[in-house]
Ligand binder design. Structure first.
Ligand code: FE2
Length: 429
């Protein structure tokens, strides 16, 4: 009889089913109500939730951990963030970028994230950040899957040698073609940039992930061009639009039209609620807009939505520890997704939807045959995970435990008693 490396017992799946999970080498070998064979190691999950890892579908690891020491964004706007970052860029070194990004990756893994898509600013003649993150991708491969997006932070057409830098970046380690059409000087140039992005991605056989319509301007409508080009190039399932905050300001009739063509082009939307609720609305008086893509409406229409942390202590967002559950928590609030099924949908955005964006066409949830990448949470359900923001008790990558954490416990001293409080109601959901 085959002996499993691990058997995780009494594991709660998101559908509330309680199962055992057998792991052989780097794969999930079996998931069943009761697995008779013992593992070389046995783990009792004690009825806690077990899921695929969190996916941080959008972050900027090159800029991470640069505040407050090196710069501060006084206006809090996206545009000042880009200006402050452009002042830091000339001083970047490979070792500096690697040191900061390595730290951020360790934080993300500790929180249960094992797939990270990082945009890398290629508006730099030396491509320092790209070379650094390319090295780090290999060095940290045992811990995390890293996808690198060639991201033209200061534009393609409006930046000197923008096209050459994009192409060089793809040949020197970037995996995915990025873009930023709303940053070009004119709408026409924004469309030309997108036409270039799709032509390049098609020629090189790459996925696409464009910063698109990250503005409060309801006239910014480049996502529709992405949908059209996705159909023209037959690139369905390989294209993501990130941020897309202008959607928040579109009129309902146009929003409906856009959702329809997004679904037809099989594009994904990647929302970054923590950063965008801070950056957007900065030009508003009152009321101030929330500035997040309308994830509830997109999800209800069948459009894949994933989530990103976007920024950890950088010129655009001064806080953060890379805990994607915080991004999901914020998304739930900003998106009015407080119904029970809606909260479970938000948890899926942070986990299985991200897996689909990261590995198109592959199984996105815990099934036999999938790599043994999983998290045992200190919470019994997806809803409780979003309420408690628990620690990732055990994080497993390719069949090896790569991170562990102790559940937080609190003592309250009351009437001579020492009471343990763990924020769980007597009848846990
Ligand atoms: Fe971003």
């Amino acid at each position: 009889m085959e002996r499993w490396n691990y058997v995780i017992r009494n594991a709660k799946l998101t559908g509330a089913r309680s199962v055992d999970i057998a792991i052989k080498d780097d794969r999930i070998a079996d998931i069943a109500d009761n697995i008779a064979e013992t593992g070389i190691e046995e783990i009792d999950a004690h009825g806690q939730l077990v899921t695929v890892p969190l996916v941080d579908a959008h972050i900027h690891l090159d800029a991470t951990l640069t505040v407050p020491e090196r710069t501060t964004n006084h206006s809090g706007t996206l545009l000042e963030g880009i200006q402050r970052w452009s002042e830091i860029k000339p001083d970047l070194t490979v070792e500096d970028v690697k040191t900061r990004a390595r730290e951020a990756i360790l934080w993300e893994v500790a929180h249960g994230t094992l797939q990270i898509r990082s945009h890398v600013d290629i508006c730099d003649e030396k491509l320092t950040a790209l070379h650094a993150l390319r090295e780090l991708k290999d060095e940290m491969a045992e811990l995390v899957d890293l996808q690198l997006v060639a991201f033209p932070q200061e534009g393609v057409l409006c930046y000197p040698h923008g096209q050459e830098l994009m192409e060089t970046a793809l040949h020197e380690g970037a995996d995915i073609v990025g873009g930023i059409p709303h940053y070009e000087w004119t709408r026409e140039d924004g469309i030309r940039e997108l036409e270039y992005v799709f032509e390049l991605a098609h020629r090189e056989g790459r996925m696409i992930d464009v910063h698109c319509d990250e503005t409060d301007d309801p006239e910014s409508r480049f996502v529709e061009t992405m949908a059209r080009l996705t159909k023209v190039y037959e690139w369905e399932g390989r294209v993501s639009a990130s941020h897309t905050t202008a959607m928040h300001s579109y009129n309902p009739a146009y929003g409906f039209k856009l959702r329809r063509i997004l679904r037809q082009s099989d594009m994904a939307i990647i929302a970054n609620p923590l950063t965008n609720v801070v950056l957007q609305g900065r030009f508003d008086d009152f009321p101030k807009r929330r500035g997040m893509a309308p994830i509830k409406e997109l999800d209800a229409y069948g459009i894949p939505v994933a989530l990103g942390f976007d920024c950890i202590m950088d010129p655009w967002y001064p806080l953060g520890t890379g805990n994607l559950l915080q991004a999901a928590w914020m998304a739930l609030h900003l998106g009015h997704m407080t119904g029970a099924q809606e909260m479970e949908r938000v948890f899926r955005m942070a986990t299985v939807n991200g897996q689909s964006v990261f590995y198109p066409g592959q199984p996105n949830d815990l099934v036999a045959g999938r790599p043994a990448d999983l998290v045992i949470w200190d919470a019994p359900s997806a809803i409780e995970a979003l309420r408690l923001l628990p620690v990732a008790q055990t994080v497993m990558r390719h069949g090896h435990i790569v991170a562990q954490a102790e559940p937080s416990r609190h003592q309250v001293y009351y009437q001579g008693q020492n009471l343990t409080v763990n924020f769980r109601p007597r009848t846990a959901r």
